[in-house]
Design a protein around this ligand. Structure first.
Ligand code: FVH
Length: 293
């Protein structure tokens, strides 16, 4: 609300690598911060930095209207908050969860009289509170809570609100992390191919990064094709060509003595989509094969 005066008191539950980084950024910005951690010793350095240490989670929750949970997983959130009084609190849960867990947690918190916002952090701890680091958090759930607390929430990292469905922050978070894992798998395969040759990894790395950055633009084209329901729209390299090329990828892996186990499943899906009669499409049709009916 307009009458929230700055800097607001904030409670942080969970002082792991991420929780501690968040606390330091709020302290640096002048917010009074109350902290609690299951293993109390982890609070000591933050007490030295100016945080107030609560001896129980209930005491920490009672200390501030804005409560941040940054714990290991949804089970630890349950364990931590079960004996606390959440009535009248704004609970912002930036613990990594599944979308279903986040939705259930929103209902659970609202039944206890709290407003609820879920968050998915797109950053690692050293990026927190660092201007220009690119760190941001996806938020979803109570839009008013988000708007009213936006200023405090954007101290450690940028904030992107992705909808009133409390599960959407987790969904966006996990979708991006899943894409990242696909990229890491490709990077591992690429390095394995060149590993036993006279190619320095440090010379190869910038070539690989440059290519991945250029290819990442394909996400926009996939989106356009999905939205138009036309997977042939703007195709540059069609599926028939890509599948033919895949055989070379597999033969090269064989020649280099490298297992194709990371890339083979994706190539097999492209082949299946082609076999279903879509030679002129882009690879976007693979999305359909992944969705279980
Ligand atoms: N660190 C990272 O790079 C990633 C970046 C993206 C977002 N994740 C998520 O952030 C959440 C917290 O991560 P973290 O890095 O702080 O994790 P840890 O350092 O392992 O600290 C975990 C804290 O959770 C406490 N905890 C664990 N189980 C329980 C429990 N049953 N009851 C109460 N607290 C619990 C743990 O306490 P302790 O072990 O010190 O007693 C830590 O405070 C997480 O969702 C990431 O996925 C981080």
């Amino acid at each position: 609300t307009d009458n929230i005066t700055r800097p607001q008191p904030i409670t942080v539950l969970g002082l792991g690598a991420m929780g501690a980084a968040l606390v330091r950024s709020w302290l640096s910005a002048g917010h009074p911060v109350t902290v609690w951690n299951r293993t109390p010793a982890r609070a000591d350095p933050l007490a030295d930095a100016g945080a107030t240490v609560a001896s129980t989670a209930a005491e920490a929750v009672a200390a501030s209207p804005l409560v941040i949970a940054c714990l290991l997983d949804d089970a630890s959130v349950d364990e931590t908050l079960t004996t606390t009084d959440l009535a009248g609190r704004d609970l912002v849960n930036i613990t990594t969860s599944t979308p279903a867990e986040a939705r259930a947690r929103a209902t659970w918190a609202e039944k206890r009289g709290a407003r609820y916002l879920d968050g998915g952090i797109m950053a690692v701890p050293p990026m927190i509170g660092v201007e220009g680091s690119g760190a941001y958090v996806f938020y979803s759930g109570d839009r008013h809570l988000f708007e009213e607390r936006r200023e405090a929430l954007t101290v450690p990292a940028g904030a992107t609100f992705v909808g009133e469905d409390a599960g959407f922050a987790a969904l966006h978070d996990v979708a991006l992390l899943s894409a990242m894992n696909g990229m890491f798998a490709g990077v591992a395969h690429a390095f394995a191919l060149v590993r036993r040759e006279d190619i320095r990894p440090s010379e190869f790395a910038p070539l690989l990064s440059g290519w991945l950055v250029a290819m990442s633009q394909s996400a926009g084209k996939v989106a356009e094709q999905l939205e138009s329901d036309d997977y042939t729209k703007g195709v540059v390299s069609n599926l028939a060509m890509q599948v033919a090329g895949s055989a070379t990828l597999l033969r090269t892996a064989e020649e280099q003595g490298v297992s194709a186990e990371l890339i083979a499943p994706y190539l097999a899906l492209m082949e299946r989509r082609l076999a279903e009669g879509h030679p002129d499409e882009d690879t976007t049709g693979v999305v359909e094969l992944l969705i279980r009916r």
